[in-house]
Write a new protein. Structure first.
Length: 367
């Protein structure tokens, strides 16, 4: 079983710099787990500790039932695909893919079979005689993946493998890696700073910040139910909009008052939000949950927000509106037909059943 378990794993560098702080994480057999977060959050260091390329300062790392803290990288039955491909420039594609097997003294016939099988999956046979300098970025990445496949490891590790590719090729390779996981049915751990990659590829996502795991869940749960303001802001494109305001109570009803705007909180949230009456709180709302009132047949007046449209950004199938209340800026994602006038006030509708609230001090989710 290719399960990977981290129990309070930390990495502290000389000088007391903590890169990873007591991370506990379980990756199931055949699961595609994505570690995502901003640069410096500790995700690549975590991956390198799993690979055996970084020494663990404290905690325990298990592959299956085996504690591997002191097991050398070469004996962990793990294959890693790096950001810079790490191909040998003087070797052909075939030789690059076969090199690891030759070091392990596999029979020649077995090497040829494994390399041909991997090349067939990735469409590399026609490139066997070429060297890395003769390949495109996408081809080099496929060779690096192929070199990992031929070893038939228990676990595949990917360290931001698509960050050097152009946007179109990233989408293509993202799909290929996802299909590869389904075909090989093996455990994969994938590190990226790109939340779109995380959302589209992962069975589960572990969001990291400052060496700590903030939330682990499937992509939809993380998108719809973030545990704190950081996760809410990091997952989603464009990021969630935030406004700092105060909860006020009037005639047994609760409102969020931003200073320039006031919207009514849905009754289902009243019980939880009641303890914040008179206090400041963050309201979060995603861009797709803000509508142009012109295209909404019925909208409660207490859900209508007036703002100035500062920029209209057409993206083909949809349009981003950059808006300002005079106190806060926010983005609405609307249909392609919606093109309001720039620097003009417009009425918008907040879908208050979709909003999130975050504690001002802890930034933890309230509702």
């Amino acid at each position: 079983m290719a399960q990977v378990s981290l129990k309070d794993v930390s990495k502290v560098y000389p000088g007391g710099v903590t890169a990873v702080n007591k991370v506990s994480l379980g990756i199931e057999n055949k699961e595609f787990m994505v570690l995502v977060g901003p640069s410096g959050c500790g995700k690549s260091t975590t991956l390198r500790m799993i690979a055996g390329l970084e020494e663990i300062s404290s905690g325990e790392l298990y592959l299956g039932d085996k504690l591997v803290n002191d097991v050398p990288a070469k004996d962990r039955d793990i294959a890693m695909v790096f950001q810079n491909y790490a191909l040998y420039p003087h070797m052909t594609v075939f030789e690059n893919m076969a090199f690891g097997l030759k070091l392990r003294r596999y029979p020649k016939a077995e090497i040829e079979k494994r390399v041909n099988d991997a090349a067939g999956i990735l469409g590399l046979k026609r490139l066997f005689s070429r060297r890395p300098k003769e390949l495109s970025g996408g081809e080099r990445q496929r060779v690096a993946v192929g070199r990992a496949i031929v070893r038939k490891p228990l676990v595949f590790l990917f360290d931001e493998p698509l960050s050097n590719l152009d946007a179109k090729l990233r989408v293509q390779m993202r799909t290929e890696i996802h299909k590869l996981h389904l075909r090989l049915a093996t455990t994969m751990i994938y590190v990226t700073h790109d939340q779109t990659e995380a959302m589209t590829m992962g069975d589960r996502i572990a969001v990291m910040k400052d060496g700590l795991v903030q939330q682990v869940a499937d992509p939809i749960t993380i998108y719809d139910h973030p545990v704190n303001k950081f996760v809410a802001s990091f997952i989603g494109s464009p990021p969630m909009n935030f406004m700092l305001g105060r909860i006020i109570k009037k005639d047994s009803r609760f409102y969020f008052d931003e200073g320039k705007i006031k919207v009514k909180i849905v009754e289902e949230m009243n019980r939880i939000i009641a303890s914040y009456a008179g206090k400041e709180i963050f309201l979060g709302i995603r861009s797709e949950d803000i509508y142009d009132k012109l295209f909404v047949s019925t909208a409660p007046p207490e859900n209508i927000v007036r703002a100035t449209c500062e920029v209209v950004e057409p993206l083909g199938s949809e349009v981003y509106l950059y808006l300002n209340t005079g106190k806060h800026s926010f983005i609405a994602r609307v249909g392609a037909h919606d093109r309001p006038l720039i620097n003009q006030d417009m009425d918008l509708v907040f879908d208050m059943s979709k909003v999130h609230f975050f504690d001002k001090d802890t930034e933890a989710t309230v509702v």
